[in-house]
Design a protein around this ligand. Structure first.
Ligand code: CTP
Length: 473
């Protein structure tokens, strides 16, 4: 591969020339090098390492750049950052780093390039291109990262025990890179992670979730979740998922393994959508099944009300992992709560009123709900698969048809509370609620159309029935 091509952007020559003026050996290192060698899209975060002061070099570069961009200095870490034409350039002095055992905060000591490469997470992230004029573009790869890239292997530069114990976030990063790049984590690493798994507890939830989200947004998220399961990190992060694993058998009756089923559903949905929260809904759609599992002699295995229980668990899970407790969480809850509705509906003759109720309850999420239900089909029986998909197509068509006619989504009552009060000379009271509910129910059941005239007529009828007298005859 032509390394010069990676460094086509004139900024690299310029950094090299500043480094030459300061007499500092300087390199671009990490993700930028890895992604270039993998032919992936170039990242916008670029790490520059220099054997000396990263802050001094950043200042010199900023001075020479048009517009003199601001240099942000992180004194404690001896790093400096500047923004230039959509790039974030981070400058750091090479370090020989030792870590405090109970913190991710490093104690920083100056070091050589090799010291710096040693302290990085993976061999594929420790490669560097030289930027000084003498040797410009030379690849410095002391741990054979290039070979690991070719062999699709995640390996640590030092003994894995040291690398993971120094910074336990790397356990999650190993899984994340394995998922994004479809690489294998080599076996010594897997063992070291298992041994050190308790140390994940010193990592903040936010950083763990960042990695989970990156796994979730990969092409095939199941790779990551299966790995987390294998290295025994999953029960520490998402015990609700681990609890779904296993098949019970009573009186010759078995249920499916809902953990592996869930992973299939997540992969299925990932082929249809890049929406992070819809993928989360797929991951969590069955979590209520573990606590609700019962065996009934007459009907076999049941998971009564697992959707409701699951949607309550979503809140607790989001809270525990410090995930947003906002409309994103509500979306996931709603999808989990409604996850069986289209299936129940499609098993029967698909009536207009059932579809109207589905649209009413799911509101703006109705298409996402259908996408989830289609992804939920994991039967290996091609005939069944075809039949289920066809049934959902019928539901989808009906949704469009009913919505065009009845406009149920974002339902607004065709007669307002104000109008009801005027019609019967009422003050705010529970009768208004009763009448409104009657009108809504009648529309959803298809007894009256969703329009003002029909609703007003029904209002008068219902009012009289509950003993109210209209003010105008
Ligand atoms: N790094 C590390 N240990 C960590 C985090 C980062 O050794 N826990 C090193 C790696 O050499 C990595 C570099 O710092 O390549 C930059 O980190 P980061 O920007 O987080 O990752 P990238 O490798 O650039 O990948 P991505 O942008 O996909 O996160």
């Amino acid at each position: 591969m032509d390394n010069q091509k990676a460094l086509e952007n004139p900024i690299f020559k310029m950094i090299g020339s500043c480094a030459d003026d300061l007499g500092l050996n300087t390199y671009v290192i990490g993700g930028f090098v890895r992604d270039f060698l993998l032919n992936r899209e170039a990242p916008t975060d670029i790490d520059i390492v220099t054997i000396g002061s990263g802050i001094e070099l950043a200042k010199k570069v900023a001075n020479r750049l048009k517009g003199n961009p601001k240099v942000t200095v992180f004194k404690n870490f001896g790093t400096a950052m500047l923004k230039h034409e959509g790039l974030e350039l981070e400058f750091v002095g090479a370090r020989k780093e030792s870590y405090q055992r109970d913190s991710r905060k490093p104690i920083v000591e100056n070091g050589t390039l090799e010291d710096d490469q040693n302290r990085r997470d993976f061999t594929i992230n420790a490669m560097a291109f030289r930027l000084n004029e003498d040797g410009y573009g030379t690849l410095i790869d002391p741990f054979n990262g290039l070979k690991d890239l070719q062999n699709k292997t995640i390996r640590t530069p030092l003994e894995p025990e040291v690398t993971y114990s120094d910074d336990p976030l790397r356990m999650m990063r190993a899984v994340r890179f394995a998922t994004q790049l479809n690489f294998e984590i080599e076996s010594d690493s897997l063992n070291a992670i298992r041994t050190n798994k308790e140390r994940i507890n010193i990592i903040s939830k936010e950083r763990i979730v960042d990695e989970l989200n990156k796994i979730m947004l990969s092409e095939k998220p199941s790779i990551g979740f299966a790995l987390l399961h294998k290295i025994e990190l999953l029960p520490m992060i998402l015990p609700e998922l681990t609890a779904l694993q296993g098949i019970d058998e009573v009186e010759g009756q078995r249920h499916k393994d809902n953990f592996w089923h869930t992973l299939e559903v997540v992969d299925n949905i990932s082929k249809k959508t890049d929406k992070l929260w819809l993928r989360w809904a797929a991951l969590l759609h069955d979590i209520g099944k573990a606590p609700t599992k019962r065996f009934d002699k007459k009907i076999g295995w049941t998971f009564h009300a697992h959707e409701f229980v699951g949607s309550k668990m979503v809140y607790k899970l989001f809270k525990r992992l410090r995930m947003p407790l906002n409309d994103k969480m509500k979306f996931v809850q709603k999808l989990v709560l409604m996850s069986s509705r289209p299936i129940i509906l499609s098993e029967d003759h698909v009536t207009d009123s059932a579809v109207r109720r589905l649209i009413f309850d799911a509101g703006e999420y109705v298409e996402d709900l259908m996408t989830l239900c289609e992804a939920d089909i994991t039967t290996k029986n091609p005939k069944k698969q075809k039949r289920y998909l066809k049934n959902f197509q019928v539901v989808r068509r009906k949704i469009i048809e009913v919505e065009e006619r009845d406009r149920i989504r974002n339902f607004q009552p065709p007669v307002s509370g104000e109008e009801i009060m005027q019609a019967f000379g009422l003050r705010p009271s529970k009768e208004i609620g009763i009448i409104k509910e009657t009108i809504k129910e009648a529309i959803l059941a298809g007894d009256i159309p969703n329009d003002h005239e029909a609703a007003y007529k029904l209002m008068l009828e219902k009012g009289k029935k509950i003993g109210l007298t209209p003010t105008v005859k």
